[in-house]
Design a protein around this ligand. Structure first.
Ligand code: ATP
Ligand code: MG
Length: 583
C-alpha cells in the first residue's frame, strides 16, 4: 500500500514534462514574442560574456583606448540591455498569462456539470488564479532565458578553455558534482515545498469552511472544538515549514564549500601558472570572473528546474482540465418549440459510482402539468438535471416523440426551459440584472415591473431604497430565500419558455405569499408543459399526472384520485402532509 503510493507519487512526478509540453501547445502561445525575447536574452548574454575579457585587462593596467572604451561601452550596453530584456519579458509573461487564463476560462464554462461535481469551488478558484500565474511565469521567464543560459554556459566553457585548458579542466570537474548535489537537493526541496503547500491548502480550506459555517458553530457552541482543530492544522503547517527551512539551510553550506574549493583551486593553480608564465595576470583575472559567471549560470539552470518542479501541481491540474470533455452544442436538429411528449425510456443514472435512478419509464405530456413527488433523496431534482441535459443517462433514452433529446442543439434545447429551483441561483448584480438574466432580448421597464408584479415581488423590490437597482450581494446573499425565489419566478415569467421546471417553487413563501404566487403560477403554466416537484401535496392535486418516485424508481403514476386508491406511498405522503399542516 505504502510502496504503491510511493510509486504513484513517483509516476506523478515523472509525468511533469509531458504535461508541460502538452500545455505549451494547447494554449495559443505568442511564439513570435517568445522567439523575440529569447533573441534579446542571447544578445544580452553575448554582452555579458564579452565583459570579463575587457575588464580583466583594464584591471591589470592594459590601458589601450579601445579596451577602455570597449569596457565602458559594454557596461552601458549591459545595463540598457538587461532593462530592455526585463521589460519585454514581463510583457511576454503577461501575454502568456492572458492566453492561459482565457483557455482555462473557456474550458470551465464549457465543461459539463459532471466535471464540477468532482471539484471543490476552492480548488477551482486556485486553478484560475494561482495556477495560471505559475505556469505563465515559468513558461514566460524560463523558456526564453533557458536558450540564453545554455548559450552562455557553452560560451563561458569555450572561453575559459582558450585561456588555459588545464585550469579549465580542473574547474569543469566541479560541474557534475555541483549538478548531482543540486538535482538531489532540488527533489528533496521540492517535496518539502509540496508538503508545506498541501498543509497550507488544508489550512485555507479549513478556514473557508469555518467562515461559511459561523452561524452553525455558534448555534451548536462548537467554538472550542473548532479552535482545537484550527490549532492542530496550524501545528502541521508550522512543522512542515520548519522542515522546509532546515532543508533550505543545508543547501547553503554545501554549495558554499563547492564554490570555495573551486575558487581556491583557481587561485593556487592559476597563481602557479602565472608564475610559470604560462598565462598572464589579466588572463588569470579574466578566468576568475568567467568561473563566477559559470556558477551563476549553473545556478540558473537549477533554479529553472526547481521552479518547473514547483509548478508541477499547477501544470497537472491545468492539463487535466484541458483533457476533460467539453459540452458540444452543435448537433443534428434544432428545436424552438416543444411539440411532442417527452418520453423517458428505461432511464438509469448515477452520479459517479452512486446509482440514483433506475428503470425510469415515464411520459411527460406536452402542454400538461406533471408533478413529481417522493421522499427526500429519491431523485426528483435529478430528473430535472437529466431533462436539461446537465448529465447524460447511463443507459436508456430521453426522447421527444421519437427523437433523442441528445440530437437537438444543446443551446436550443436548454432555451426551452425556465426554472424556479429549490435554492434559486442568483448572480451578484442588481435585482434588475437578475430578473433579465438569460432573457435574450431587450426588456422594457414596464415589462420588468409587470413580471415582478406577477411574481408578487414588486412590493418588496419597491421597499428597497434602490428598487430594481438594489445590489443583491454575492450569490444573492442580501436577499431572503423567499425573495430570491420570487425573483426567480419573475425571471421565468419573462423568459417565456415552453417548459417550466418548478422545484419546490413555493417552498420559501409564507401562506399569504404562496396564495398570490399560486395564482401567478397558474397563469404562467397555462399552455406550457409544466413539471413541478413539491413536498406540499396540496400543490400537486390538480396536476394532470403525478409521478411517485421512491429510491430512484417509479412507484406509481396517475392523478391524485387514482393514486389515492392505488398507491401506498402516495397515501402515506398525503397523510403525512395533512397531519403536518394541521399541526
Ligand atoms: N451532484 C451530485 N453528486 C453526487 N450525488 C448527488 C448529486 N446530486 C444529488 N446526489 C444524490 O442523488 C440522490 C438524489 O438526489 P436528488 O437531488 O435528485 O433528490 P431529491 O428527490 O430532489 O431530494 P429532495 O427532495 O431532498 O430535494 C441523493 O441521494 C443525493 O445525495
Ligand atoms: Mg430536490
Amino acid at each position: 500500500m505504502a510502496s504503491s503510493e510511493k510509486q504513484l507519487k513517483k509516476q506523478a512526478e515523472k509525468g511533469i514534462w509531458k504535461s508541460y509540453f502538452r500545455l505549451m501547445f494547447k494554449a495559443k502561445l505568442p511564439w513570435g514574442w517568445i522567439i523575440f525575447v529569447s533573441a534579446l536574452y542571447m544578445f544580452s548574454s553575448t554582452i555579458t560574456l564579452a565583459f570579463p575579457n575587457f575588464a580583466s585587462k583594464v584591471a591589470t593596467g592594459v590601458l589601450k583606448p579601445y579596451i577602455i572604451w570597449g569596457t565602458v561601452g559594454l557596461i552601458v550596453a549591459d545595463v540598457i540591455m538587461s532593462g530592455v530584456v526585463r521589460y519585454f519579458n514581463k510583457l511576454l509573461v503577461a501575454k502568456i498569462d492572458v492566453s492561459y487564463r482565457s483557455l482555462i476560462w473557456e474550458r470551465l464554462i464549457k465543461s459539463p456539470l459532471r466535471f464540477f461535481d468532482q471539484m471543490k469551488p476552492t480548488t477551482m478558484i486556485t486553478r484560475i488564479t494561482t495556477d495560471a500565474t505559475k505556469i505563465s511565469t515559468v513558461l514566460g521567464s524560463y523558456l526564453p532565458s533557458l536558450a540564453a543560459t545554455i548559450y552562455g554556459t557553452i560560451g563561458v566553457v569555450a572561453v575559459i578553455f582558450t585561456y588555459d585548458w588545464r585550469l579549465a579542466l580542473s574547474v569543469i570537474v566541479y560541474i557534475p558534482l555541483y549538478l548531482i548535489f543540486n538535482l538531489f537537493y532540488g527533489k528533496w526541496n521540492y517535496r518539502a515545498f509540496k508538503e508545506t503547500y498541501n498543509r497550507l491548502s488544508t489550512l485555507t480550506q479549513f478556514l473557508s469552511e469555518l467562515l461559511m459555517s459561523v452561524p452553525l458553530i455558534k448555534t451548536f457552541v462548537t467554538e472550542k472544538k473548532e479552535d482545537e482543530r484550527g490549532h492542530k492544522n496550524l501545528q502541521y503547517y508550522y512543522k512542515a515549514n520548519m522542515r522546509r527551512y532546515i532543508i533550505m539551510w543545508v543547501e547553503n553550506p554545501i554549495n558554499g564549500i563547492l564554490s570555495i574549493t573551486s575558487d581556491i583551486l583557481v587561485i593556487l593553480y592559476g597563481g602557479y601558472l602565472v608564475k610559470a608564465e604560462i598565462i598572464t595576470i589579466s588572463e588569470w583575472l579574466g578566468f576568475f570572473m568567467y568561473i563566477g559567471m559559470l556558477w551563476g549560470m549553473l545556478g540558473s539552470f537549477l533554479m529553472m528546474y526547481v521552479e518547473i518542479k514547483k509548478s508541477q501541481g499547477a501544470t497537472d491540474r491545468i492539463a487535466a482540465l484541458m483533457d476533460g470533455d467539453l459540452e458540444v452544442s452543435e448537433r443534428n436538429f434544432s428545436i424552438s418549440k416543444l411539440e411532442d411528449n417527452i418520453v423517458f425510456k428505461d432511464v438509469a443514472f448515477s452520479y459517479g459510482e452512486k446509482p440514483v435512478l433506475g428503470h425510469v419509464d415515464v411520459t411527460i405530456p406536452v402542454g400538461k402539468v406533471t408533478a413529481i413527488v417522493g421522499p427526500s433523496g429519491s431523485g426528483k431534482s435529478t430528473i430535472f438535471s437529466l431533462l436539461q441535459q446537465f448529465y447524460q443517462p447511463n443507459s436508456g433514452e430521453i426522447l421527444v416523440g421519437k427523437t433523442p433529446i441528445s440530437e437537438y442543439h444543446l443551446t436550443d434545447w436548454r432555451d426551452l426551459f425556465a426554472g424556479v429551483a429549490q435554492d434559486s441561483p442568483m448572480i451578484s448584480g442588481t435585482i434588475r440584472e437578475n430578473i433579465v438574466y438569460g432573457v435574450n432580448r431587450d426588456v422594457t421597464d414596464a415589462e420588468l415591473a409587470e413580471a415582478a408584479e406577477k411574481a408578487n415581488a414588486l412590493d418588496f423590490i419597491k421597499g428597497f431604497r434602490d428598487g430594481f437597482d438594489t445590489y443583491v450581494g454575492e450569490a444573492g446573499s442580501n436577499l431572503s430565500g423567499g425573495q430570491r425565489q420570487r425573483i426567480a419566478i419573475a425571471r421565468a415569467i419573462l423568459r417565456n419558455s415552453d417548459i417550466l421546471l418548478l422545484d419546490e417553487a413555493t417552498a420559501s413563501l409564507d401562506s399569504q405569499a404562496e396564495k398570490f404566487i399560486q395564482e401567478a403560477m397558474d397563469t404562467l403554466m397555462q399552455g406550457r408543459t409544466t413539471i413541478m416537484i413539491s413536498h406540499d401535496l396540496s400543490n400537486v392535486q390538480d396536476a394532470d399526472q403525478i409521478i411517485v418516485l421512491n429510491g430512484g424508481t417509479v412507484d406509481g403514476i396517475g392523478t391524485h384520485d387514482e393514486l389515492l386508491k392505488t398507491n401506498e406511498l402516495y397515501r402515506l405522503l398525503v397523510q403525512l402532509h395533512t397531519s403536518s399542516s394541521a399541526g
